[in-house]
Design a protein around this ligand. Structure first.
Ligand code: C2O
Ligand code: CU
Length: 463
């Protein structure tokens, strides 16, 4: 029999999920996440294995939790450097947000930290470290986190996970450089081995006639994919975990680092392929073939339960502008560094600062040195943030602790949708709106990790 722990940590891509029954309203059984080196065969046509870092033996690790019930996970750090876990996209209290120095002490080698929270929203999320992220996430330290609305299990005939993650690997299986000056100052360093669920193409199955929910997660540190579904009519039904107001066409949807979409489609007799159409030649990400079983689903697409994110009304909003530009250190930060007796050198991980938000650069160093906040927000007030990209590269901007509505863009027609990460194209202005209802200092940064670690990072204070 499967143990509870085993059930919670099944590998991605299983079509038939073991039934989860939670005996007590107290929530699922506590789990342990052991961060350490493990090995994974990632090179095609080579027996060489790669010393990845992971929380469990399965890669990708997929956790499924019921919404609203207390979840406990103890992180055990068996790495040689400190770490934390950030639960990306979850509107949970600051103390559980996993940002070293900002929200908790870093978890040192040999130490543990118990995370405990009740996920407030159902949907597709993920978790990853917030320390030396370029290396730790680069080596694979991440997991998918699926929060299920009670009673929603079985709504779809198949519930599938596609976790996109590339790797920079040498021919002998060892890792190449995670950060380069060229990558950090441009669009990021791209992996040479592209994978979905750790394979060149994710091979999945679904019963013909059934409705499929395909959860696509971009866990890569740099790559932006442009989605298209071939072989079936696909509808985006959730963005960054949050149900959309109505179905959005899949074709052309840009999924930057950290972004997720849930795609629904009715499984035909033939295969369905999820493609990346970023370049002119479509590249398959996942292939879903018909399984032997048949599903007798109705023609109507299943509907997700409505979002629990409080609706924000932009008419009542205070407006703030954030300019994403090339980096330099702001006069305030420089003054602050002088005052604190730390030189400018203390600021940057690779000794270089390429990016900034509103003229302020905050680079690397695991957040040990905290600059002033980018903005102070009033608890309970609605805000519209205008994000302007004054650089030649797109930036997926992530705000912690809140879920916002992407309202409009100066560059393209936007179907308003909820998100925690928004891709801002060069010269684009994007407006997002949310209620600042979670008190604390919340990180806001680019999720191209090399950009984050070379300056495109800051935080807002909600009080
Ligand atoms: Cu997914 Cu601050 O990050
Ligand atoms: Cu960026």
């Amino acid at each position: 029999m499967l143990t509870r722990r085993r059930m919670l940590t099944t590998a991605a891509g299983l079509m038939a999920l073991p039934p989860l029954r939670f005996a007590h309203a107290a929530g699922p059984a506590p789990i342990d996440l052991v961060a350490r080196e493990r090995s994974l065969a990632l090179l095609p046509r080579s027996p060489a294995r790669t010393p990845i870092w992971a929380y469990a033996d399965d890669w990708p690790l997929v956790l499924r939790l019921p919404r609203g019930e207390t979840f406990r996970a103890t992180l055990h750090n068996e790495l040689a450097e400190h770490t934390t876990i950030h639960w990306h996209g979850l509107r949970i209290p600051l103390a559980m947000d996993g940002v070293p120095y900002m929200t908790q002490k870093p978890v040192e080698p040999g130490q543990s930290f118990a995370y405990e929270f009740a996920p407030p929203d159902a949907g597709t999320f993920f978790f990853h470290p917030h320390c030396d992220t370029v290396t730790q996430l680069g080596r694979g330290l991440a997991g998918a986190l699926i929060v299920e609305e009670p009673g929603e299990r079985g709504l779809f005939a198949a519930d599938l996970v596609c976790a996109i993650k590339d790797w920079q690997i040498n021919p002998d299986g060892s890792f190449g450089a995670f950060i380069t000056a060229k990558g950090a100052s441009h669009a990021g360093t791209f992996g040479n081995i592209e994978t979905v669920n750790g394979k060149p193409v994710a091979e999945l199955a679904a019963p013909p006639g059934g409705w499929v929910r395909l959860r696509v997660l971009n866990l890569d540190s740099s790559r932006i994919v442009v989605l298209d579904l071939a072989g079936a009519q696909g509808h985006i039904i959730a963005t960054d975990g949050n149900p959309t107001d109505g179905p959005i066409p899949v074709k052309g949807w840009r999924l930057g680092p950290a972004m997720r979409v849930d795609i629904a489609f009715r499984m035909p007799d033939g295969p369905v392929v999820l493609n990346n159409v970023f370049s002119t030649v479509p590249r398959p990400l996942a292939r879903i073939t018909a399984s032997d079983a048949m599903a007798a689903d109705s023609d109507a697409m299943p509907l997700l339960s409505p979002s629990h994110v409080p609706p924000a009304d932009p008419r009542n909003a205070a407006r703030l502008t954030f300019d994403l530009t090339a980096g330099h250190v702001s006069p305030q930060l420089e003054a602050w560094l002088k005052e604190s007796g730390l030189g400018l050198d203390a600021l940057c991980l690779p000794g270089q600062t390429f990016w900034s938000i509103n003229g302020a650069s905050w680079a690397g160093q695991s957040h040990q040195l905290t600059p002033p906040p980018l903005a102070e927000l009033k608890l309970g007030q609605t805000y519209v943030f205008e994000l302007f990209n004054g650089t030649p590269h797109p930036h997926p901007i992530h705000l912690h602790g809140h879920t916002f509505k992407v309202l409009r863009s100066t560059k393209k027609q936007i179907v308003p949708h909820l998100a925690d990460t928004v891709l801002v194209a060069p010269k684009e202005r994007v407006e997002i709106c949310f209620i600042a209802d979670n008190p604390g200092d919340w990180m806001m940064h680019c999720h191209i990790i090399e950009h984050q670690e070379t300056g495109m990072m800051g935080y807002v204070r909600v009080a």
